[in-house]
Design a protein around this ligand. Structure first.
Ligand SMILES: C[S@@+](CC[C@H](N)C(=O)[O-])C[C@H]1O[C@@H](n2cnc3c(N)ncnc32)[C@H](O)[C@@H]1O
Length: 281
């Protein structure tokens, strides 16, 4: 069953995908991978996102033929994989994103419309891919399902945000605790083949977000409040009082200027993991 958090996350991704597509011509739903050759600027985000997709795809081992793309978003990564000759199925719990992915993939891919936790299929794959979707799925189930849906000798490829063990409240959300992931993955028949830390290359996304929050969202909120003060002064006073806790929380979370690349590097760790399912087990 969908929880309130699941619903608001899906809604957030849906809004992100609509705005990103309309204002910035973004096709992907993941972070950008910033290397020195692209200036960190919001208008270059689509290039950095493309670099991210290429980076992840470049770590698919030789011999892989069939892929399960878990949390396929708009289907752009799956499209690239299909064009490279892989057979790809997808999982998408969001009807909105599934519709966008279906448009792009047509009949060349089967999209399971469900949470990965609930996926039922007799299909087995050479590689299970989590392209910035691992953080949304309970780890135990994400790993046990991947074990189940992988062929013997298959691969698990995860590229996503994890949380560092830092005392105090993280000012940036998202991502499973890295230490908990290490503790859990030990219990599965997965052997680590490759591990890369790309925190440095992904941190600039937060500076862009912070910039947009400070220079677009905050001034828009201020303008809206001024309008309400002018037209509905007493109603605004009441709403401010009634929802003061929520307003303070939202402000603390999004508008206090803490969502920076520097804090991302302090609290988060962006990792690529490639595991092989051991044949002996
Ligand atoms: C940040 S987007 C990444 C999308 C895509 N992989 C990409 O790289 O552009 C996260 C994706 O995970 C999906 N997702 C969230 N919770 C999920 C779950 N429990 N099972 C499967 N997919 C999930 C969302 O619908 C969304 O497509």
């Amino acid at each position: 069953m969908k929880t309130k958090t699941d619903i608001s996350r899906e809604l957030g991704l849906e809004v992100g995908s609509i705005c990103g597509k309309y204002f910035l011509k973004l096709d992907h739903l993941h972070y950008g991978y910033w290397t020195g050759d692209i200036e960190v600027d919001i208008t270059n985000l689509h290039l950095a996102q493309d670099q991210y997709a290429k980076f992840v795809i470049s770590h698919i081992p030789d011999g892989v033929r069939t892929i399960l793309d878990v949390g396929c978003g708009t289907g752009q990564v799956a499209r690239k994989l299909l064009d490279m000759g892989y057979e790809v199925d997808c999982v998408s719990p969001s009807p909105f994103l599934k519709a966008r992915a279906s448009e792009l993939l047509g009949n060349s891919s089967h999209i399971f419309e469900c949470f990965y936790e609930n996926l039922q299929t007799p299909n087995r794959y050479d590689l299970v891919l989590f392209c910035e979707s691992f953080q949304y799925i309970a780890m135990q189930q994400a790993l046990s399902n991947s074990d189940r849906f992988l062929n013997k000798g298959g691969y698990l490829l995860i590229c996503d945000i994890f949380g560092r063990d830092i005392k105090g409240r993280a000012v940036i959300g998202g991502g499973h605790k890295l230490t908990e992931f290490y503790d859990l993955v030990k219990n599965f028949p997965f052997r680590l083949i490759e591990n890369l830390d790309i925190t440095e290359q992904t941190a600039p996304n937060l500076d862009l977000l912070n910039d947009a929050l400070q220079n677009v969202v905050q001034p828009l909120v201020n303008a809206g409040v001024r309008l309400l003060e002018d037209r509905h002064r007493f109603a605004l006073k009441f709403l401010r009082w009634k929802y003061r806790k929520k307003i303070n929380r939202l402000h603390r979370k999004h508008l206090d200027g803490h969502k920076t690349g520097k804090n991302f590097k302090k609290y988060k760790s962006y990792q690529l993991f490639l595991y092989k399912k051991d044949v002996q087990q």
